[in-house]
Design a protein around this ligand. Structure first.
Ligand code: ADP
Ligand code: AMP
Length: 217
């Protein structure tokens, strides 16, 4: 299955992707994770992306499309993929269409995780990530058993710089002006399935799996 997870920052895309890819056995491709890894390693890509990511702005399309194209050409993507956080602009969506077309492939479904803005603010400011394995938690909604330590690997947790309150507003505004129009774009192509992202984490996973089963029939 070739899947896209859409939805504003904090909607739960990464949390759900971590769970769903195990069941679907497809790679999880997160452009946000790719930028953070490159920034941590200090590669040329990381240096280019850093000023945008740190300000909560979208990284320019040509940079972002390049990394996704390279990733989709890897052999593990032949069995399918889950794109999380890409595309985020109409230019990126058009580029993705062309890349897949050249590979004789197409998107099967765009899952839109819908969550209202107040909830997003609470989710983003309380998000904590494991430094070692990248697992995502939340201080209140998905706390770790031991404070500050990852449940999966005991690594230390940190707060993303762009999850501080002053950056979150910019990110949500970027979503509304540049990414939300993609819902109409993919609706015209009859690919969008909406999922209620305001439910508890397990209930959202269940709704996603039910939706995918329906799509597969
Ligand atoms: P995204 O990848 O869409 O930006 P995340 O999956 O990282 O969002 O989730 C944002 C924050 O909200 C995380 O701290 C996560 O633990 C928490 N979260 C995710 N899904 C839910 C949910 N259904 N209910 C409450 N909190 C959630
Ligand atoms: P995320 O982890 O999805 O919240 O992304 C974190 C940051 O990475 C965003 O705020 C952007 O700066 C950058 N980013 C991730 N995906 C994209 C994309 N598709 N287009 C442009 N910038 C992106």
């Amino acid at each position: 299955m070739n899947l896209i997870f859409m939805g504003p920052p904090g909607a739960g895309k990464g949390t759900q992707a971590e769970r769903i890819v195990e069941t679907l056995n497809v790679p999880h491709i997160s452009t946000g994770d790719a930028f953070r890894a490159a920034m941590k390693e200090g590669t040329a890509l990381g240096i280019q992306a850093k000023s945008f990511v740190d300000q909560g702005l979208l990284v320019p399309d040509e940079i972002t499309v390049g990394i996704v194209k390279e990733r989709l050409e890897q052999p593990d993507c032949t069995k399918g993929f889950l794109l999380d956080g890409f595309p985020r602009t109409v230019v990126q969506a058009d580029a993705l269409g062309s890349i897949l077309n050249e590979m004789n492939r197409s998107i099967d479904v765009v899952l839109d995780l819908a969550v209202d803005r107040d909830r997003l603010l609470a989710r983003l400011t309380g998000r904590r990530i494991c430094k070692s394995c990248g697992a995502t938690f939340h201080l209140i909604f998905n706390p770790t058993k031991v404070e500050g330590k990852c449940d999966k690997c005991s690594g230390d947790l940190y707060q993303r710089a762009d999850d501080h309150e002053e950056k979150v507003g910019t990110r949500l505004d970027e979503y509304i002006s540049k990414t939300a129009p993609l819902l109409a774009y993919y609706s015209e192509r009859e690919l969008v399935k909406s999922v209620n992202g305001e439910q508890a984490i397990d209930a959202v996973t269940e709704e996603i799996m039910n939706t995918l089963r329906g799509t597969n029939q």
